[in-house]
Design a protein around this ligand. Structure first.
Ligand SMILES: NC(=O)NCCC(=O)O
Length: 357
């Protein structure tokens, strides 16, 4: 891909605050009847800022302070849509199963949203903020939620994580349930966007549903560790972008977060105080199978890319994946699979079960 040179002010922020800064441009054909629809999109990955033993309010404040200059760099670079990592406002404490970490949860219009609303307004930027949500109106229940903040600082809406992991130390099901918001696409000033939160990236139907609702960019704010998922990381998002004719922005946090009390996850491993290494490596994938390089495995970072959203339809016209998809076949298969008396459609070789003499 062509590289973009970020403005000096953004470069100065990246050297002063020691974060990785990379910028690229996806190419698309010039069309005869439509003007290009180029948007500049940013992804931020970061480590936590204080040890997990620090007072919770200090931990959150320190993360805000760390993110400020990175968001400023995005603003100075003219980013139109910015997405942060999963549960960016807290350590990813869901390995521990300890309930004390629930205190980090906030309502959709809570302090993290208010913090970002100011940047959205200042930089005329849409911001996607993935938080631990406390739903006050429904018995103070918890959710893993992405809040979509519009470029006027308004709250456009929210989406709750559809698929909750039950793998390795990802004991998230102790904290929140599967989301109840479906597969919303948010029409913003800069295009139609959706959010497939972390573990949802292993579910092709989840990607598909955002595509069916018309998403042009799907963000995948994540928190995942090297030992578990690193070999899959560059493949799944790229495949989703190709299969669904949209852009994907993948974000993973960085660093190793040590918790006060060692925990186990019923897999025979001795008690340990950390998840392992969150490997960063945030990047973009495009519907034409191109992708950017990845941000650092170790450092905070801002990845920027220009993308012409016309590329989505250009790929639909070229490959016809939507037209050839045969959704009715799959609707029938899924409907029958959901019935309790479902029988798999298997035709066995009649000779297989014959007694030999
Ligand atoms: N946060 C989260 O859902 N992580 C699950 C692990 C993975 O999907 O790699």
């Amino acid at each position: 891909l062509e590289t973009i040179v970020p403005p000096e002010s953004a470069k100065a922020l990246s050297s002063k605050h020691d974060f990785d800064l990379q910028a690229f441009k996806f190419s698309a054909d010039k069309e005869l009847l439509r003007e290009p629809r180029v948007v500049r999109v940013g992804l931020i990955q970061n480590s936590i800022a204080l040890p997990t033993t620090a007072p919770f309010s200090d931990q959150k404040k320190a993360i805000f302070e760390k993110l400020g200059p990175i968001i400023d760099a995005a603003g100075a670079s003219g980013v139109n849509i910015l997405c942060l990592q999963e549960a960016w406002m807290m350590p990813f404490a869901f390995c521990t199963r300890e309930k004390r970490w629930c205190e980090f949860a906030e309502p959709v219009n809570g302090e993290s949203t208010q913090f970002l609303q100011e940047f959205a307004l200042k930089y005329n930027m849409v911001i996607i903020s993935s938080i631990l949500e406390r739903d006050i109106n429904h018995g103070e229940t918890l959710w893993n939620t992405a809040v979509i903040i519009g470029n006027h600082g308004n709250i456009i809406g929210k989406h709750r994580k559809n698929h909750i992991p039950r793998v390795g130390d990802f004991n998230e099901s102790t904290y929140y349930m599967e989301g109840n918001t479906g597969h919303p696409v948010f029409e913003t000033a800069y295009g139609k966007i959706a959010v497939n939160i972390c573990y949802g990236r292993h579910h092709p139907l989840n990607w598909l549903a955002f595509g069916l609702n018309g998403a042009e960019i799907v963000f995948n704010p994540s928190a995942t560790v090297g030992e578990l998922s690193e070999p899959m990381w560059p493949i799944e998002a790229r495949n989703a972008a190709i299969a669904n004719s949209y852009f994907v922005g993948s974000i993973n946090r960085v660093g190793t977060e040590i918790f006060p009390n060692p925990f186990t996850s019923g897999d025979g491993k001795p008690p340990h105080p950390d998840f392992g290494h969150f490997y960063g490596s945030s990047h973009f994938s495009a519907p034409d199978a191109s992708c950017t390089p990845s941000l650092s495995r170790y450092k905070d970072g801002l990845m920027i890319s220009d993308m012409d959203l016309n590329l989505c339809r250009q790929l639909k016209d070229k490959w016809g994946f939507r037209m050839t998809a045969r959704y009715e076949l799959y609707a029938d298969t899924l409907a029958s699979y959901l019935k309790p008396d479902f029988e798999p459609q298997v035709i066995s070789d009649p000779l297989l079960h014959k007694k030999s003499f």
